[in-house]
Write a new protein. Structure first.
Length: 137
């Protein structure tokens, strides 16, 4: 039995696979470009949202925070990558890009690292949050 292949026929059958791969690539690119971590600090505490994956705002109350530090970290080595990650050894990490974050040690012993590209803004906000009584802010 002799089988002959026609190049035009092969391309026709491959077209749906090519379109599917391009659509998957476009979707991943869209997620990458739309991913952002929004952080606000007010008199109640720290509020954050990760709109693409966790659209609801999460709140970390000031009264639940024991100590905080601004530190450098390696997302891949320390937490296994970017995004919302949990590590038994290091706690929870919420990061998109960069290598600077705020490490919160909670009164219950839990640790949360929130990544930021605005180190000075986070430092200013946290100093104001933790040093000034909530009633006077």
């Amino acid at each position: 039995m002799v089988v002959s292949y026609n190049n035009e026929t092969n391309i026709f059958y491959m077209l749906p696979a090519i379109i599917l791969m391009l659509a998957a690539f476009a979707f991943v690119l869209w997620i990458f470009l739309c991913s952002r971590l929004i952080i606000t600090i007010d008199s109640e505490g720290i509020h954050y949202s990760y709109p693409v994956f966790k659209p609801k705002w999460k709140k970390i109350l000031k009264d639940d925070i024991k100590i905080y530090t601004i530190q450098n970290y390696d997302a891949i080595f320390d937490y296994g990558g970017w995004g919302v990650k949990k590590s038994k050894k290091k706690g929870m990490c919420i990061t998109i890009q960069g290598d600077t974050g705020i490490l919160l040690v909670m009164k219950n012993g839990e640790q949360i690292l929130i990544g930021t590209l605005n180190k000075e803004g986070i430092e200013w906000g946290m100093k104001r949050l933790m040093q000034v009584p909530a009633e006077t802010q």
